[in-house]
Design a binder for this molecule. Structure first.
Ligand code: FAD
Ligand code: FO1
Length: 487
């Protein structure tokens, strides 16, 4: 058996602050990266072109980073549980290392891989956490059960010391380009063997059938994510408390895609927020930074609950929603998807999603509430549409966000109904966001743009639809249906 350890990247497309990669390096100086293009994921009808394009961009950057560090990233295509052991055996690798994930698919895939590696006598890394600051086994209630409510989870989670970014010793940092002497590429002979065992060149997203011809809204790769983090933490984070709610403003970190694909380490993000906290000079900015940290904790809360309650991925958690009489009107759902509901703030948000593959958090809440409480459509349809469109789609965060908005999740506050007009008045008071994404409404007076009091004649002349439902009527219907379900 050679010294070689294959490090399998999945949603940790970086070399800095990567706990599993650092562990591989501790064990051997001969570490080569690996990514497996997985048909079980790529051939599902919910892998969004924008997201796969972003992922491939991150892989290109990762390949470059490996090359700079004197090693390489191998690409496989096929079922990982077969393709990886085949490659590892052919290369006589001592082990395959990777970081653990919370998603139900990953649990099955990874356990099958462990079995296949064991059969071949190839080593592996036991359940190593990387994408979260605390493991689900660490954050538990007094009675040693997992939390199902955010606030007590947060109190426990924030009280614990956080790990510093790990040093992946052989890798040059993004700012220094010097390769390290201790790294090796595969030998020419091993290269040949690797090719025979299925290693290919990194394809483009187009080669894989994912067409995204527009520029990506978020630049892919580790260096871009690091730059975004530094920029955000040097200023905008101080105003996050106030600015994060306004969709027309670039007031949030826009790190969600980087965090989804692990292009930046969560310990690195945390450290940057802590540094911002220690540099901050007022209670107000400290509060803003704390609010940002709470969002990071929401991300972890949803990952922990997905890990502990994988059934969340299958549908409603709360009883009243398990057999809820959703109307699921096909035309209404279609109008929502296309941003043609006749509710300006809802349509602006859906068009932003369709156009750039990202949507502001405030608007995600508005459109999710509208789909479930106004159109009375099953949140799972919305969840799936987000999956097909979002650059940052993440099973746990998306499922958590939808269940929160539909009131079907673990949240103790059962009914949350957003009024689209009040939301627009509060969070897009000048109508800037609506005008950006619904250009046919640009000339409409701001008060009417926000409250939606636009006459049918004017709507028709502007080419903008009438409201497809009546908000007040639908929320009454929803509440009644909910009361019936509760008994
Ligand atoms: P920031 O405000 O800068 O927050 C920093 C980071 O914290 C984010 O990048 C994200 O990783 C995390 N975060 C922030 N808010 C939440 C939250 N409510 N839940 C979980 N994590 C959070 N987020 C995703 O990453 N992927 C999704 O698929 C997703 N789907 C959502 C669906 C719905 C219906 C809702 C209401 C929210 C969803 N969110 C999702 C959460 C949130 O909208 C996005 O994380 C956020 O808008 C991303 O922008 P940002 O990076 O600028 O966020
Ligand atoms: N991970 C992989 O290991 N191989 C893939 O081909 C792959 C594609 C992919 C596409 C969209 C997306 O949102 C994520 C993708 N991932 C891929 C990452 C995926 O999140 C992780 O593999 C999870 O562990 C799956 O549960």
């Amino acid at each position: 058996m050679s010294d070689l350890i294959l490090f399998w990247h999945r949603r940790d497309l970086r070399i800095s602050d990567n706990t599993g990669l650092a562990a591989a390096r501790e064990k051997s100086a001969y570490v080569v990266g690996l990514f497996c293009l997985d048909p079980n994921i790529l051939e599902r009808d919910d892998a969004a072109p924008v997201r796969v394009t972003y992922m491939i961009g991150c892989l290109q950057a990762l390949k470059q980073r490996y090359a700079e560090a004197g090693s390489q990233l191998l690409i496989l295509k096929g079922n990982p549980t077969e393709a990886i052991p085949r490659l590892a055996e052919a290369l006589n690798a001592q082990a395959v290392f990777w970081n653990w994930d919370v998603e139900p698919y990953s649990q099955i895939r990874d356990r099958n891989l462990i079995e296949a590696l064991k059969e071949k006598g190839i080593g592996f890394l036991e359940k190593n956490w990387d994408q979260i600051l605390h493991s689900p086994d660490e954050i538990r209630s007094g009675s040693n059960s997992p939390y199902t409510v955010y606030t007590p989870f947060w109190k426990n989670w924030i009280s614990r010391p956080k790990m510093k970014p790990v040093e992946t010793r052989f890798i040059a940092s993004p700012s220094t380009k010097s390769p390290s002497a201790s790294l090796q590429n595969l030998t020419p002979e091993e290269e040949k063997i690797a090719k025979q065992a299925g290693v290919i060149e990194l394809p483009t997203a187009k080669d894989l059938g994912f067409i995204w011809d527009k520029e990506l809204f978020l630049a892919p790769g580790e260096a871009a994510a690091q730059e975004r983090l530094e920029e955000f933490c040097s200023k905008a984070i101080d105003e996050y408390q106030e600015q994060r709610n306004f969709p027309a403003i670039d007031g949030t970190s826009r790190l969600s895609a980087a965090l989804k694909f692990g292009v930046i380490g969560i310990r690195t993000v945390w450290q940057a927020t802590e540094e911002a906290m220690s540099n901050s000079r007022s209670d107000e900015t400290q509060k803003a930074i704390r609010t940002y940290q709470q969002e990071i904790a929401w991300r972890e809360f949803y990952q922990h609950v997905m890990y502990q309650f994988p059934e969340l991925a299958e549908g409603a958690y709360r009883e009243p929603f398990k057999n809820f009489p959703w109307q699921n009107n096909e035309k209404h759902f279609q109008a929502w998807c296309e941003g043609k509901t006749g509710y300006p703030i809802v349509d602006a948000a859906m068009r932003q999603l369709n156009e750039i593959g990202w949507m502001h958090n405030r608007c995600r809440m508005i459109v999710a509430s509208f789909l479930t409480k106004d159109l009375i459509v099953n949140p799972q349809l919305g969840e799936k549409y987000f999956m097909q469109k979002l650059i940052d789609w993440d099973l746990s965060a998306n499922n958590g966000g939808w269940q929160w908005s539909a009131s079907s999740g673990m949240d103790p506050k059962p009914l949350r109904i957003f009024n689209p007009a009040s939301q627009a008045q509060k969070f897009d008071a000048e109508g800037e966001y609506i005008r950006q994404w619904v250009p046919e409404l640009r000339s409409v007076d701001t008060a009417f743009l926000l409250n939606g009091n636009i006459t049918p004649i004017e709507r028709s002349s502007l080419g903008y639809p009438n409201p497809i439902v009546d908000h007040n009527q639908q929320q009454r219907f929803f509440k009644e249906a909910y009361q019936r379900q509760k008994v």
